[in-house]
Design a protein around this ligand. Structure first.
Ligand SMILES: [Fe+2]
Length: 329
């Protein structure tokens, strides 16, 4: 279905001022803000939007409180957009904005999703030179990571939703109907899916943990581990609460640091995710490989995964989806 990746994230927040400050601290470029919301851009022209929780223009919430109200997926062209509309109209309501050609619908879990022709532009970036034993690349110069600076988020990497009930069915909506591909999965834990035109290890992770329901996290990518650390240090200095990290995942290999976000769920700052091609064989694991983490820094993170703690459950669901929500047997 020629989907490229996450194009826009639309949050409904109980505290617009805090959510706006959070994303400014996070390293997004602020385009506009007022008491009703704020708009942020990334260098590749993807975007993040915060709105008041009671904004009538927002899609329906899946759970109470601050949360992502819609994930907008960018598609290759108008032909691809038409094909998605035709496919999804077969069994669910698909509405179209007259003014900006956006298709809105819901997935099998009831999460609001949308599609639009991608407006993103390639934003070139390069790693600074790094010295290692026997192979110095940076000569007579100080390391870029030695000089403290505000990390700039370069792009949106992926989103994660809780997936109670029939995980296979929830995932097959994306693979069979929308052309996502399974990169790897862990029985009873979740499915890592990448969009058809993406090389990211995952753009969408459907994560199972009992009845937990709703949006969990959005991940953004910075240049490298130095910038993950600089972003996290800055967030803590501004008083934002760490959820997990810093550390490095096994599945996807990406470095991470997660923070609780007043706009909804948590956000992850990350770098160095696996680049996946058609040569990759999907992997199905019985248990989480390597314990899930290559390394962590903080003692208190031991044994924890992203999404630990208290979250809404199916009992809190405001608009559960059509199919995948049958109780786990
Ligand atoms: Fe993540």
């Amino acid at each position: 279905m020629n989907i490229i990746g996450v194009e826009q994230l639309i949050y409904g927040s109980e505290d617009v001022a805090a959510a706006t400050k959070y994303f400014e601290d996070w390293g997004l470029e602020l385009l506009r803000k007022d008491s009703d919301g704020a708009d942020f851009a990334l260098p590749d022209r993807t975007s993040v939007h915060v709105r008041r929780i009671d904004d009538p223009a927002l899609p329906a919430a899946s759970v109470p409180g601050s949360t992502v109200r819609e994930v907008v997926w960018g598609v290759k062209d108008s032909k691809a957009l038409e094909a998605i509309g035709a496919e999804l109209s077969r069994d669910r309501e698909v509405t179209e904005d007259d003014d900006d050609d956006v298709l809105h619908t819901a997935d099998e879990l009831g999460y609001r999703i949308a599609f639009r022709v991608a407006r993103r532009a390639f934003a070139p970036n390069a790693l600074p030179e790094i010295n290692t034993v026997g192979a110095p690349a940076r000569i007579d110069a100080r390391a870029a990571g030695a000089l403290s600076h505000r990390a700039r988020q370069l792009r949106i990497s992926h989103v994660v939703f809780w997936a109670p009930g029939d995980l296979e069915r929830a995932a097959s909506f994306y693979t069979d109907r929308l052309g996502f591909r399974l990169t790897e999965s862990v029985k009873g834990v979740g499915c890592f899916l990448r969009a058809g035109l993406s090389h990211d290890h995952h753009n969408l992770f459907l994560n199972s943990d009992g009845d937990k329901y709703g949006f969990q996290h959005a991940a953004f990518e910075v240049r490298d581990l130095d910038e993950v650390m600089m972003c996290g240090n800055h967030m803590e200095a501004q008083g934002w609460r760490s959820h997990l990290g810093p550390g490095r995942h096994v599945m996807g290999s990406n470095t991470y640091w997660y923070f609780w976000n007043p706009a909804g769920g948590v956000t992850e700052v990350s770098s160095d995710m696996d680049f996946i091609t058609d040569d990759w064989e999907p992997k199905r694991h019985e248990t989480v490989p390597g314990g899930g983490m290559g390394w962590t820094v903080r003692k208190e993170d031991e044994g924890l995964r992203p999404g630990h703690g208290t979250w809404p459950t199916l009992a809190d669901a405001i608009a559960p989806g059509p199919a995948a929500l049958a109780p786990v047997g």
